[in-house]
Write a protein that binds this ligand. Structure first.
Ligand code: HEC
Length: 285
């Protein structure tokens, strides 16, 4: 049982202010993360908006062609006339031979590309033959070095965010069962997300797991954030219905018990849940 001073509504104001500051900053952070994903991965297939293809291109690569080719057929299409584009694409398909660079390729790149792709911007510097040849290699997707780096930063960093959000949410008044599920969800989906990058690198099918992971933990965090903020500052009369939200869910769940197949699954889930609760020392107190 949680006593009144262990609930969010009953906290001293200083802690309410502290938790609110943290939750608001995390909320803005989540929004920014969403925008950043749209701007980086979202454009990977040359079209705006995040799609499964973007995820495949980012992690698996586009193994039927080079980055140079896909960009020249996508976002970089307006940069050069067709004759120049086809010449560049043909060169990439021929394996980007260095002996053709000075005579045929460099003049085209100088004329159409170097105005942006020079050392002064963060774009690859196409004044160097090596850089252009690299873009002309088959796109192998994310490297192992890149994935290990991103994975460990992601896991360490985000685990702390979820720890604190979950900790604060543990003080909210919420149906116990859903509270356990909501606290566990972001961690589970975080693992699914990171695992899916590695799997997608091997086979593009797993890109949908990346999508699912991201949606899963965004949803769970959003519910926790709003619940906490509401209970911290709104009078109980405004959010008391939250606790009744579980009643229809409970009724639907009980209804499943009577069904032949679903009933068996529900029984298994409940048995597993009971074991978990015992292990965690959370039996029905
Ligand atoms: C008006 C400026 C501009 C010009 C001219 C231009 N690009 Fe780009 N290019 C960009 C920008 C901005 C990006 C990064 C944004 C993106 O990925 O869509 C980019 C990205 C690329 C990339 C992907 C780089 C990477 O590693 O992600 C390739 C390949 C590329 N351009 C090829 C070309 C070629 C070839 C030409 C000449 C025919 C060209 N670009 C001309 C602005 C330009």
């Amino acid at each position: 049982m949680t006593s009144a001073n262990e609930t969010l509504a009953g906290l001293p104001v200083k802690f309410k202010v502290l938790f609110t500051g943290f939750l608001l900053v995390i909320g803005v952070g989540l929004l920014m993360a969403g925008v950043q994903i749209m701007l980086t991965h979202g454009m990977a297939d040359g079209k705006a908006g995040l799609s499964i293809n973007d995820i495949v291109y980012s992690y698996y690569g586009n193994r039927s062609g080079s980055k140079l080719e896909s960009m020249l057929n996508g976002a970089m299409k307006p940069m050069a006339p067709d004759t120049a584009r086809f010449e560049l694409i043909q060169w990439a398909r021929d394996g980007a031979p260095i002996d053709a660079w000075a005579s045929r390729i460099e003049p085209l790149v100088q004329k159409h590309c170097v105005s942006c792709h020079n050392g002064e911007s963060s774009l690859p510097d196409f004044r160097k033959a090596e850089v252009v040849r690299q873009a002309a290699e088959t796109d192998q997707g994310a490297s192992v070095a890149f994935l290990t780096r991103v994975s460990h930063i992601h896991l360490f960093g985000i685990a702390f965010i979820f720890l604190f959000v979950g900790w604060i949410f543990a003080m909210a008044e919420f149906d116990r069962r859903w509270q356990f599920i909501l606290i566990a969800t972001p961690f589970t989906f975080l693992l699914v997300d990171v695992l899916s990058w590695w799997l997608t690198r091997l086979t593009p099918i797993f890109a949908w797991l990346t999508m699912l992971g991201g949606i899963g933990y965004s949803l769970a965090s959003t519910v926790m954030l709003f619940t906490c903020l509401t209970q911290l500052w709104m009078p109980r009369s405004r959010w008391g219905w939250y606790r009744y939200l579980s009643d229809p869910c409970q009724a639907a769940w009980t209804g499943l018990r009577g069904r032949p197949v679903a009933g068996a699954i529900v029984a298994k889930l409940e048995a597993a849940g009971a074991v978990l609760m015992r292990v965690l020392g959370l039996g029905d107190k």
